[in-house]
Write a protein that binds this ligand. Structure first.
Ligand code: ADP
Ligand code: MG
Length: 392
């Protein structure tokens, strides 16, 4: 989905209050009655109608026709702006640049931090983008949340991702650095690497294979199963010896994409564990013709000696078990299967059609080309030219 940030600088203080009021009202109203927006915004004078029309014009809120009463709903664009506004005020994001990823349930943008211009990634979760048919069939989640379901579910996904990323990072797992979270968005460090999917040269596959299986096992020892462990969610940095282009490459994996993480206590934990393992086995066999000598790893062995229970820690830290259940039920019902479905369908001969954020088969020396897919991003201290500043 498009993220058009060019209007964000021109919103007045009143506009922000009205936008925030619409968000507040949508917790209990599918269509927020105009008088409620006005009372929540609590603007002196007659500023509300003016702001409402400005926000509607830029599609941050949408007038709902055919309703029993006059009202508005917050759009994805409006929610994006509110989240970006929060990141800006928190000093985490200064500007937004190119889109580097489009998933079924998320959009990924490069953005820059204020002052340092450090490049970051903004991940916007968009869970309601998929069919709403099944939602109608089961109004359970909607009973108290009216039409805010997509908003709430996307926020749960972002919260979950952020909490797990923090916990994993703290324990030294190779994951991006979590920087901030607001509503349906997560800000994290930019990993300058390709998804494994785009890596054509791995040298000796056994080393990387061993490292990835080791990662699956280590996660389990910390109480966790990634649940979507595949060639799209493993970024691999290729480190080459500067003096020897044909020499060995060191491959450094980073794990991303955590909304489907499950606890080792999950009723289907062994199934998810095996699926993660199988995914890597299949990929290594198809892509690199590599098959390990040893079977496994197995769930039972991996969870015999636990080091720590990050699943329990995260549960206590703000992403509750109830939230996890709600999100899981929603994802299940909507057939949200992350990249796993994609991985299963893919095989060797469609290796270069995997996504919009690809530059092709990326030879090692083109590794930096990853983020050049749309616009060049310079590693200068200033925000890249292609980005749009969010404040006047
Ligand atoms: P989705 O849920 O849509 O699969 P991901 O978190 O897997 O979202 O991100 C999609 C793609 O965006 C990844 O395959 C990767 O190419 C890119 N990406 C995501 N996060 C980062 C990051 N922190 N650094 C660099 N690239 C990233
Ligand atoms: Mg992914």
């Amino acid at each position: 989905m498009k993220l058009d940030v060019k209007n964000i600088r021109y919103l007045s203080r009143d506009d922000w209050r009205v936008l925030t009021a619409t968000e507040q009202g949508s917790r209990n109203h599918e269509i927020v009655p105009t008088p409620l927006i006005a009372s929540l915004a609590a603007l002196g004078g007659g500023g509300v109608p003016k702001s409402i029309s400005a926000l509607a014009k830029t599609n941050l809120i949408a007038r709902v026709k055919n309703a029993r009463y006059d009202g508005y709903r917050l759009t994805y664009g409006g929610l994006d702006y509110l989240a970006l506004h929060t990141h800006t005020k928190a000093g985490t994001v200064y500007s937004v640049g190119n889109q580097i990823g489009v998933g079924k349930e998320s959009d990924i943008f490069v953005c820059a931090a204020p002052e340092t211009g450090r490049q970051l990634v903004l991940k916007i979760h968009r869970l309601g983008r998929i069919s709403f048919r099944t939602v109608k069939a089961n109004r359970d989640y909607l009973r108290n949340r009216a039409g805010g379901s997509w908003m709430y579910m996307s926020r749960l996904a972002a919260m979950k991702e952020f909490e797990f990323m923090k916990a994993l990072r703290r324990e030294g797992f190779p994951v991006p650095e979590p920087v901030g979270q607001s509503r349906h968005t997560v800000v994290m460090s930019l990993v300058d690497a390709f998804p494994l999917r785009q890596i054509s040269r791995v040298g000796e596959p056994a080393a990387l294979y061993g490292e990835l299986m080791g990662l699956i096992v280590r996660l389990a020892r910390y109480g966790l199963i990634h649940g979507d462990f595949n060639e799209f969610n493993i970024l691999v940095e290729e480190k080459m010896d500067a003096d020897d282009e044909d020499g060995p490459i060191t491959l450094i994996p980073t794990l991303i994409d955590f909304p489907q993480m499950v606890s080792i206590d999950h009723v289907n934990a062994d199934f998810y564990f095996d699926r993660d393992v199988t995914c890597i086995k299949r990929y290594f066999s198809r892509r690199f013709g590599f098959t390990a000598d040893e079977p496994g790893p197995f769930f039972k062995d991996s969870t015999k000696k636990l080091i720590k229970r990050l699943d329990v820690e995260v549960e206590a830290s703000g992403f509750s078990r109830k939230m996890a259940k709600t999100l899981e039920a929603y994802m299940k019902e909507h057939g949200v299967d992350g990249d796993a479905g994609e991985a299963e369908r893919s095989d060797d001969d469609d290796a270069d059609d995997a996504g919009e954020n690809e530059t092709g088969e990326g030879e090692g020396q083109d590794a930096q080309g990853h983020h050049h897919a749309s616009e060049p991003l310079s590693p200068t201290p200033n925000p890249p030219t292609a980005t749009t500043a969010l404040t006047p």
